[in-house]
Write a protein that binds this ligand. Structure first.
Ligand code: ADP
Length: 590
């Protein structure tokens, strides 16, 4: 062996060790040069993965002696065992054991057998250098491994977070319990590596659990178990009752727990399952059942995923339940309003027309006339309520369509004032000035309905003998109508409440009959026409209720407004309307 060859070997060993990518490679790059350079018949390298663990034989070179052990326990008394607890070289019977040291820690032992020149300083130095380089390489390998596993952990955690937030996003869009069941089960079964998944929701009314969604469950079983009686004994009812997960880790465990039930593991191929309650102590929203094709599930990881998914599912199920209740209530209300408005409208129209005719024809007996006037007034009131209810039902069904036609507000106001003046004989109505104002945009029928609501409120809440003044004017945001009364007024902080459905102010509810619908409907109609409605107390007492509509675009309404023909009904008005003159009306008896 020439020096040059030794040097070459040494260089090759150092380069090999520097580039080695695993403990096995390191052991190999150490065993071979040790064998060659130390001139022994056999060299072996034992390494340990961590402190306190046994040494394992990782590489050999040369002729292996008989009775080779490939595992050396930490307390082993052999030469290698002892070297693993020492920091110096140990020799015995032609064998040499050399601790591979990383600082003071022994990370392995190299064994040389049948050497001749082991005592030589040069060889000693070479062997020491090589084992030290190997130890450093081992340390580098360990660091790399832990880095890899940290990255792996981070990847797994990131995947779990992604999956969890994906489920959250999906569930946020779920509106019904069916949606929730489908999303939850379809997401969790593959995510948990499960065989099947079921979601049951409790039905308090019928005392059963209803199957909402199933995946991977045999169809026959699904049909049989589409509802489970709350009184039955099974994983679903147990979990629901105790509000604790019921885990069945193996087919044997199933047979032990439910000896009289059918053999679910055999029928489904699941070898372990869990019934997971969705809900807290107060309210149970559902029970999730997951079955795995392997035993002893759920493991910690699956349990963690179940805990977080359950929290999201509970919220989604609760939301879906509340939606359903709201929908049910809404449907009832819709049906009610629609029956009232449609079924009552026809007979009331007949009664109203009949009572008007009766009033006009009844001339002789003042008592009968008064009765006829009262019947007409009440029929009229009922008719208006029904008209408001009809709008309400259309609003609820989103089937209200409002035309955007030109509306000449002064004309409409005059017309409605005349008819209202007849209804409220003790109230003086002041008509608006005949000022030039812009044409508004909206639907005339609805503008009339709004005006009737405002004018009759202004009259009915005010004491007899008071005056109601109507102003029609061009305003910044359109054409405005203001109804000013001398009634009890309204509290500033109650204004918005007045426009809510069925609200009647306690201050005035007892003074006049009403249903609390008129203002709500009026404001909604104004909204639909793109306008604005308000109410405010007047400085000197009384209140102002008003609305404004956008002006009708000028170029679309260049023509003069058509003169409005008075109806036969309006021709009954005895006094002309002019300027600020009071709108005349017949008294009840006139
Ligand atoms: P109703 O008059 O049938 O009760 P509305 O929706 O028309 O229903 O009015 C709601 C409530 O607003 C009334 O109950 C009353 O308390 C109050 N309100 C309406 N108009 C006036 C008014 N001109 N003066 C004082 N309060 C009024």
């Amino acid at each position: 062996m020439t020096a040059a060859t030794d040097l070459d070997r040494l260089a090759a060993a150092v380069i090999g060790l520097a580039g080695a990518r695993s403990a096995a490679q390191i052991a190999d790059y150490l065993a071979r040069p040790l064998h060659d350079l130390a001139g022994v018949t056999y060299a072996s390298v034992y390494l340990r993965a961590r402190t306190g663990e046994p040494l394992r034989l990782r590489a050999t070179a040369g002729l292996a002696p008989a009775g080779l052990t490939d595992r050396i326990e930490p307390n082993d008394d052999s030469l290698i065992g002892r070297a693993a607890r020492s920091t110096t070289w140990l020799a015995d019977d032609g064998r040499l054991a050399i601790p591979i040291l990383l600082g003071a820690e022994v990370v392995g032992v190299a064994e040389l057998v049948g050497g001749s020149g082991l005592g030589g300083d040069e060889t000693r130095a070479t062997v020491t250098a090589l084992t030290t380089i190997a130890a450093t390489a081992l340390e580098r390998d360990r660091l790399r491994a832990s880095e890899r596993s940290a990255a792996g952990d981070a990847r797994t955690a990131a995947a779990r977070v992604t999956s969890f937030s994906r489920l959250g996003a999906l569930l946020a869009s779920a509106v019904t319990r069916d949606d929730v069941g489908r999303l939850l089960v379809e997401h969790l079964v593959p995510d948990l590596g499960a065989e099947f998944g079921l979601l049951y929701v409790p039905d308090q009314r019928d005392l059963v659990y209803r199957l909402v969604h199933a995946r991977g469950y045999p169809t026959g079983l699904m049909r049989n178990e589409s509802t489970i009686s709350a009184a039955a004994d099974g994983p679903v009812t147990r979990a629901g009752e105790a509000r604790r997960p019921v885990e069945i880790g193996s087919p044997d465990a199933w047979r032990r727990e439910f000896p009289t039930s059918s053999d679910l593991p055999a029928m489904t191929g699941a070898r372990s399952l869990v019934a997971w309650p969705l809900g807290d102590g107060e309210r149970l929203e559902g029970v999730l059942v997951i079955g795995w094709p392997i035993e002893d599930q759920p493991n910690d990881e699956a349990r963690e995923a179940l805990v977080s998914s359950a929290a999201q599912a509970v919220q989604a199920l609760e939301r879906a339940r509340l939606y359903a209740q709201e929908r049910e209530a809404q449907e009832l209300q819709d049906a009610f309003i629609s029956v009232i408005s449609h079924e009552l409208r026809t007979p009331i129209t007949t009664i109203l027309a009949g009572s008007r005719l009766l009033r006009r024809r009844t001339t002789r007996s003042p008592a009968v006339r008064d009765l006829a006037v009262d019947v007409e007034a009440e029929a009229d009131r009922l008719f208006r309520i029904v008209e408001d209810l009809l709008v309400l039902s259309r609003l609820e069904r989103r089937s209200l369509s409002v035309a955007q036609e030109p509306v000449h507000l002064s004309h409409v106001v005059e017309r409605i004032l005349r008819s209202e003046a007849r209804r409220w004989p003790t109230t003086t109505f002041l008509a608006p000035d005949h000022a030039e104002i812009r044409v508004a945009r909206g639907e005339e029928t609805y503008v009339e309905q709004i005006l009737r609501n405002l004018l009759s409120n202004a009259a009915k809440y005010a004491p007899a003998g008071s005056t109601v003044e109507v102003v029609v004017e061009d305003a910044d945001d359109g054409v405005a109508v203001r109804v000013l009364d001398e009634g009890p007024g309204i509290a500033r902080d109650e204004v918005e409440q007045l426009f809510t459905l069925f609200y009647r102010s306690p201050a005035t509810a007892a003074t006049a009959a009403g249903a609390g619908i008129g203002l709500f409907v009026s404001r909604r109609l104004v909204d639909e026409m793109g306008g604005r409605m308000w109410a405010r107390p007047r400085a000197g007492g009384g209140s102002e209720f008003g609305f404004s509509l956008s002006p009708y675009p000028a170029d679309e309404d260049d023509e003069e407004p058509e003169p409005i023909e008075p109806t036969a009904e309006e021709l009954g008005a005895t006094e002309p309307i002019a300027g600020r003159a009071p709108v005349g009306s017949r008294t009840r008896s006139g």
